[in-house]
Design a protein around this ligand. Structure first.
Ligand SMILES: Nc1nc2c(c(=O)[nH]1)N[C@H]1C(S)=C(S)[C@@H](COP(=O)(O)OP(=O)(O)OC[C@H]3O[C@@H](n4cnc5c(=O)[nH]c(N)nc54)[C@H](O)[C@@H]3O)O[C@H]1N2
Ligand SMILES: Nc1nc2c(c(=O)[nH]1)N[C@H]1C(S)=C(S)[C@@H](COP(=O)(O)OP(=O)(O)OC[C@H]3O[C@@H](n4cnc5c(=O)[nH]c(N)nc54)[C@H](O)[C@@H]3O)O[C@H]1N2
Ligand SMILES: [Mo]
Length: 669
């Protein structure tokens, strides 16, 4: 028999899957034909989920070897929880809550297992982790420009006549948008991809424009320049819906296409033609990804780009406008989720350990600094839903921190990641079909609920169970800590927002997924507000003396961040090892030939990779797809040995695609 569950992974698609379970074991995963977005197909990686499960952790483990060595002994939950609670009590007594740091991201997107564990940390006044590694710059830029993160309904995208896929490899990272793009294309829409390197999405598009990384704002201004000059701007829309257009227009006047060509590498004739085509089509659907935001000027770049559909009045038409994320439509009541209310001002609290609304905040992109330099030091680290050793910038710094003998590290995981090797306690987590949870999406408008379909295998437990047990052992009295998943879900659904009208837990249980009550057609910014002011700044990504190339590290087709990166079949399908894509011109200048091992140096560190000489990237740009597990690299070093903790202009985001590097052949002595 097949049972339905939502895919928990960090991807806009939030697919509905049909699972085959035999005796509680997952044997098969398929796409749900009933779900209007999933449309019956799962992606290349999700079919392999049963292989992930075979690699799972089953029992609590305690370290017996050195940190990083990965030698553990099995212990009982009782022993593990008692000892963790005891260590925590000592640390809290001696140093206070701020000595504790939770590190977590989106291993599961389920709101309950993703967010509710934070209630424990907030109740003890732990340092607060700012969740900035992915969407922070984009969100800040969007909010500054439009407010809530809403966009056209993907189901209405076939109405678009001109499609820009800008800074996104959507065929890889938002693959369930593709059927809607195909339908639009069939109805005559032109598809243009804007990205510094050619990938699956470029091959799907009618046209691919390569631009230099971190120069999107200049290109956007030049397009706007032509639109203003040629009278292709929808002034009626702007008068009704926008503010600050004059300031923006003044900036755009300073960016004639020839000036933009010099910075972006896009020929001025192409800029003029593109502007005319969009201007005449009007019904423009712009899908922007986070790619352009992972740069020092990323927030401003995104703002400049998402203003283009507003200039054309595209928001008036179904399926048109700009889409970064749909998450703003899920207007759930999050006040008690993860004990957020504990951060709201001074409230009386019973008990010995206390919340602290003015607690210090740590940007997750700066984990390396937080573990090695921050004073007073972090003394206990809890990692869950994340693999920071591989995904966070400055891996050498992260490792140095994780190696500290005076750092007590607890990792909750499904599999033995490279982060897990540094744990003092490694605790087995459940999979998405073993615990209840509520799922939103950032690529469509369906809310969904997973009912547990099997008993946890071995001694795996949900994250929330672990923190409830610890809360009890510390004598914490905050009631939300002890809420069941159902109670958390009911609290989330307690809202009178019109999009959530009639959306009850009972209904979600019965139907699995339910579309939000968004209007049809969905025209969220038909009447604005669009804020053109302050006009976006052009902050190009710069190479450095001695590091003349820019390294991009975007997602791989068959991994989901580092999830699936341990499965041999998928590793083989991705080429067996991470490769550096380098343009023939850059390769020739350095004496590099295809298949050669090369050093990649950045100001941060050095790694060894095999070079693949290809015209995919534009000259001056090198690309390494995927945050591969360290073990597959020729030198056993992950790509984030090269990246820095530098933050974006807006939102404190990550800058993974802006690393200045030099590449040279590895000469064996
Ligand atoms: N298969 C697969 N799917 C995924 C993921 C995965 O790892 N694998 N990860 C998921 C997650 S967590 C996320 S956040 C999303 C991310 O999905 P995307 O938004 O697609 O990925 P990004 O890393 O943001 O990069 C997107 C593209 O931007 C390009 N880019 C880099 N710098 C610039 C620039 O300055 N300007 C422009 N115009 N383009 C630039 C990159 O070359 C890349 O092709 O995907 C999700 N989906
Ligand atoms: N160089 C470079 N670095 C990047 C990026 C890049 O493009 N380039 N992308 C960045 C982006 S966009 C993101 S979002 C981050 C992603 O970083 P992470 O969110 O850390 O993503 P994953 O590497 O997939 O690790 C998630 C882990 O959570 C575990 N997990 C899944 N479900 C559960 C659960 O229910 N409980 C527990 N305890 N664990 C669970 C999985 O087994 C997995 O090991 O990486 C960032 N790092
Ligand atoms: Mo992400």
């Amino acid at each position: 028999m097949k049972s339905r569950a939502t895919c928990p992974l960090d991807c806009p698609d939030a697919c509905s899957l049909l699972l085959t379970l035999e005796g509680g074991r997952l044997t098969r995963v398929e796409g749900d034909p009933r779900h209007p977005i999933t449309q019956g197909f799962a992606c290349a990686k999700t079919y392999r989920y049963p292989e992930r499960v075979r690699e799972r952790l089953l029992y609590p483990l305690r370290r017996v070897g050195r940190k990083g060595e990965g030698r553990f002994e099995r212990v009982s939950w009782e022993e593990a929880l008692e000892e963790i609670a005891e260590r925590l009590r000592l640390i809290l007594d001696a140093y206070g809550g701020e000595a504790v740091l939770p590190y977590h991201y989106a291993g599961t997107m389920g709101l309950i297992e993703n967010q509710h564990p934070l209630a424990f940390f907030r109740a003890i006044g732990a340092s607060e982790l700012e969740e900035t590694i992915c969407s922070a710059a984009g969100s800040a830029a969007w909010e500054m420009t439009y407010g809530p993160r809403l966009g056209p309904d993907p189901e209405e995208v076939p109405n678009a006549r001109y499609i820009l896929l800008w800074g996104i490899n959507s065929l890889t990272t938002h693959s369930h948008l593709t059927p809607f793009l195909k339908e639009a294309r069939r109805q005559g829409a032109k598809v243009v991809h804007l990205d510094p390197y050619a990938n699956h999405t470029s091959r799907f598009a009618h046209e691919h424009l390569k631009l230099r990384p971190g120069t999107d704002a200049a290109l956007a201004y030049a397009l706007a320049h032509v639109l203003f000059r040629e009278g292709l701007v929808d002034w009626e829309y702007l008068r009704e819906a926008a503010t600050g257009v004059e300031d923006f227009q003044r900036e755009a006047e300073a960016w004639p296409p020839e000036r933009a060509e010099a910075l972006t590498g896009v020929p001025k004739e192409t800029i003029e033609r593109l502007a005319r085509e969009m201007g005449e089509a009007k019904r423009v659907f712009l899908r922007v990804g986070y790619g352009m935001t992972r740069h020092p000027g990323g927030g401003n770049a995104l703002r400049a780009v998402i203003l283009l559909p507003a200039l054309l009045g595209a928001w008036r038409y179904p399926g048109c406008g700009a889409l970064l994320s749909t998450s703003g439509a899920f207007a759930l009541n999050k006040r008690f989720l993860g004990g957020r209310h504990l951060l709201e001002g001074d409230r009386p609290h019973k008990g010995y350990f206390r919340p602290n609304p003015r607690v210090r905040r740590i940007n997750m992109n700066q984990l390396a600094s937080a573990l090695t330099r921050l004073m007073p030091p972090i003394r206990a680290l809890f990692v869950f839903n994340s693999n920071p050793l591989v995904v966070a910038p400055n891996t050498a710094g992260v490792k140095e921190g994780l190696l500290r003998e005076d750092l007590f590290t607890v990792v909750l995981e499904q599999v033995q990641t490279e982060t897990a090797l540094y744990a003092d306690y490694l605790l087995p987590a459940t999979f998405f079909y073993e615990h209840p949870d509520l799922y939103t999406s950032y690529g469509h408008y369906y809310l969904s609920w997973n009912e547990p379909l099997a008993e946890p295998q071995g001694e795996a437990r949900p994250n929330t169970w672990v923190f409830r047990e610890l809360a009890q052992r510390l004598g914490l009295e905050e009631p939300t800590l002890y809420w069941t998943a159902e109670e958390v879900a009911r609290s989330l659904l307690a809202t009178d927002h019109p999009y959530l009208e009639g959306l009850t837990l009972e209904r979600l249980r019965a139907e699995g997924f339910v579309k939000l009550k968004v209007p049809r057609p969905f025209l969220p910014f038909q009447k604005g507000p669009v804020r053109f002011s302050p006009p976006p700044e052009v902050i190009p990504t710069e190479a450095l003396p001695g590091y003349p190339l820019i390294l991009l590290t975007p997602p791989a087709h068959r991994f989901l961040n580092t999830t699936y990166g341990n499965l041999r079949a998928l590793v083989e399908a991705e080429g067996g090892e991470p490769r550096l894509l380098i343009h023939p011109q850059d390769a020739r200048e350095r004496g590099i030939t295809d298949g050669m091992l090369v050093y990649i140096h950045s100001p941060q560190g050095r790694v060894v990779r095999k070079a693949q000489v290809t015209e995919a990237p534009m000259p001056g740009t090198v690309v390494l797809e995927g945050t591969w597990w360290e073990k597959w690299a020729p030198d056993g070093k992950g790509i984030n040995h090269l990246t820095a903790e530098t933050l974006t202009d807006l939102g404190g985001g990550s800058t993974f695609h802006s690393t200045p590097v030099e590449v040279e052949p590895l000469r064996l002595a």
